[in-house]
Design a protein around this ligand. Structure first.
Ligand code: PEP
Length: 252
């Protein structure tokens, strides 16, 4: 299969204020300009900062987007942000189904699937997060869990739509814990997911498959060298410009 471009996407979560965002975004733009052309760099920020991010990243090679979107186009959904609202500020990316949304906001596999379809219909690239808990891994249920999470999304999409998603495998036990999956553990799940995607269509089998969970400068290169790992979704380390740059460099 052909060579897939590497992607490094930051997930800021609920961090940042205007002044520190500005410093971080300026560094990311400068650093991204020093990378070889093949690496796609992006950041997913808290929605109130989209205007600031548009002002600093618009027209640069760094993409940006939001960390969640509503399943609805508009309406009486207090507190939610529609895909079109993010697009008004130049966003091209939307994380959907992050484990923190699934766990703390009770998002079901079906809701995540609906959000994924909504993002695609609006013209955003959904970064669909899936992953097992430690309990599920220890019970030998990793493939069953991530397979079901992925199937719920694929069931709602045509093959053409499915070919336009990005999938992030993020084992819940590795997120924010400092305990990354080993490159072998991650590669094994990515190969499983790749086959599952390919069953939906040849082009779907080629979608970017990112790894997320305690990626840092020390482990990024080894993870990104794996055959089916096309880059990373980076939480904590995306808030430190030096670490984020080092991770982007590891993807070159
Ligand atoms: C994430 O939340 O998407 C993530 C990968 O976090 P961290 O890198 O901090 O583990």
């Amino acid at each position: 299969s052909r060579q897939r471009a590497k992607r490094v996407i930051g997930n800021w979560k609920m961090h940042g204020r205007l002044a520190e965002n500005e410093a971080l975004l300026r560094s990311v733009v400068k650093d991204a300009a020093s990378l070889s052309g093949g690496v796609h760099v992006g950041v997913c920020v808290p929605s109130p900062y989209l205007a600031q991010v548009q002002a600093l990243l618009g027209g640069t090679r760094v993409g940006y987007g939001v960390q969640d979107i509503s399943a609805h186009t508009h309406g009486a959904y207090t507190g939610e942000v529609a895909a079109e609202m993010a697009i008004d500020f130049g966003a091209t990316l939307a994380i959907v189904g992050h484990s923190e949304r699934r766990a703390y906001h009770r998002e079901s596999a079906e809701l995540v699937a609906t959000k994924t379809r909504r993002a695609l219909q609006a013209g955003l690239t959904p970064i669909v997060c899936i992953g097992e808990t430690l309990e599920e891994r220890e019970a030998g249920a990793t493939e069953a869990v991530v397979g079901a999470q992925l199937d719920a999304v694929l069931a709602l999409l045509s093959a053409d739509e499915a070919a336009r998603i990005v999938v992030a495998y993020e084992p819940v036990w590795a997120i924010g814990t400092g305990l990354s999956a080993t490159s072998a553990q991650a590669q094994a799940v990515h190969a499983f997911l790749r086959a599952r995607l390919a069953a939906k269509g040849a082009a779907v089998g080629d979608v970017p498959l990112l790894y997320g969970g305690s990626v840092k400068p020390e482990n990024a290169e080894e993870l990104f060298r794996q055959k089916d790992i096309d880059g990373g979704l980076i939480g904590g380390a995306s808030l430190k410009s030096k670490d984020f740059l080092a991770i982007c460099e590891a993807a070159q």
